[in-house]
Design a protein around this ligand. Structure first.
Ligand SMILES: Cc1cc2nc3c(=O)[nH]c(=O)nc-3n(C[C@H](O)[C@H](O)[C@H](O)COP(=O)(O)OP(=O)(O)OC[C@H]3O[C@@H](n4cnc5c(N)ncnc54)[C@H](O)[C@@H]3O)c2cc1C
Length: 274
């Protein structure tokens, strides 16, 4: 980069930030919470958190009593097109880290590293078709990529399958509905699994879905994928999978063994820790 006087200025990307907590939201009927953080660093003027849609960062809450330590990785669920904030969502469970996070006061500065990761949209070719397979809280990078592609009117075709234990656990549904309205290249299929309701049979899933549920019921499987996509469409796509370890294992088996999708066409982000 050249300065106004003509000398070469090295553009150094900061590796650590302290971002102010702007807003916290609970999602009724679930153990999930979302957090909006300012993109501007509280200590260094002009330091602004920059990222690619789909990347993640490590958050340090300096919790001393947590067996897993004071740091957790979180995907940035917002899109870089959302200029005022970054969005993080997680399940609040009984760990000191999560309890501290849930109870932070608005305005608290939070330590976070510069975002990293390669679970991002294809950078070379927007004519490609992508398929997103999302399990529960694994939806965070997909919100970022869907919103980014929609706001930038990208021609990329996106088919997303979003699997959740019940309807209440479908995170970002309002945002996704707006994106589907605005983006003719985007289609989203929701399925309810009934997991965590004491079993996973389709009758439990149906009960979890409720009588007015109009989406799919059961886990993402070959029947579901081929109901909405031809074999050619599937094998011609780049397939992204994100979710907890058990879901990833099942999806990898489905794609590699049942559908014979080459590894080169599969992108995986594992949420370790669940
Ligand atoms: C690249 C990457 C990106 C990630 N992105 C995200 C993200 O966007 N969002 C996110 O949430 N995580 C994300 N993670 C995972 C995250 O870093 C944490 O590991 C995860 O949230 C687990 O947090 P925790 O260790 O506090 O344990 P938690 O799972 O929050 O809590 C564990 C405790 O809760 C209890 N518990 C376990 N299961 C249940 C249950 N079903 N119901 C009630 N209690 C239970 C147990 O007693 C256990 O001690 C990501 C990880 C990676 C590597």
């Amino acid at each position: 980069m050249l300065s106004r006087c003509g000398e070469v200025v090295l553009s150094i990307r900061p590796s650590k930030f302290q971002l102010k907590l702007l807003e916290t939201t609970s999602h009724p009927g679930t153990d999930m919470m979302s957090f909006k953080l300012d993109r501007k660093d509280v200590q260094q003027e002009n330091h602004y958190l920059d990222y690619k849609a789909g990347q993640y960062a490590a958050m340090d809450l300096e919790t001393k009593e947590d067996a897993e330590g004071p740091v957790r990785s979180f995907t940035i669920a917002s899109s870089p097109t959302e200029e005022e904030f970054i969005l993080i969502s997680t399940r609040i469970r009984d760990t000191p880290f999560k309890k501290k996070l849930a109870n932070l006061e608005i305005g608290t500065p939070i330590k976070i590293t510069a975002p990293v990761g390669s679970f991002v949209l294809p950078e070379d070719d927007n004519s490609k078709r992508v398929v997103f397979l999302s399990g529960g809280i694994g939806v965070t990078p997909f919100r970022s990529m869907v919103k980014y592609a929609t706001d930038n009117r990208m021609p990329i075709r996106i088919m997303m399958f979003d699997s959740n234990r019940n309807e209440k656990n479908i995170l970002y549904k309002t945002d996704f509905d707006q994106c589907v309205k605005a983006n003719n290249n985007l289609k989203i299929i929701y399925t309810i699994t009934g997991e965590g309701q004491g079993g996973s049979s389709s009758s439990i899933a149906a009960a979890a879905a409720g009588s007015d549920w109009k989406g799919e019921i059961g886990f993402i499987n070959k029947e579901l994928l081929t109901k909405y996509m031809t074999n050619d469409e599937l094998t011609d796509s780049i397939i992204y999978i994100c979710g907890p370890p058990g879901m990833l294992k099942a999806m990898q088996k489905l794609l590699q063994e049942d559908l014979r999708i080459p590894d080169l066409r599969i992108e995986i982000e594992e949420f370790t820790g669940y």
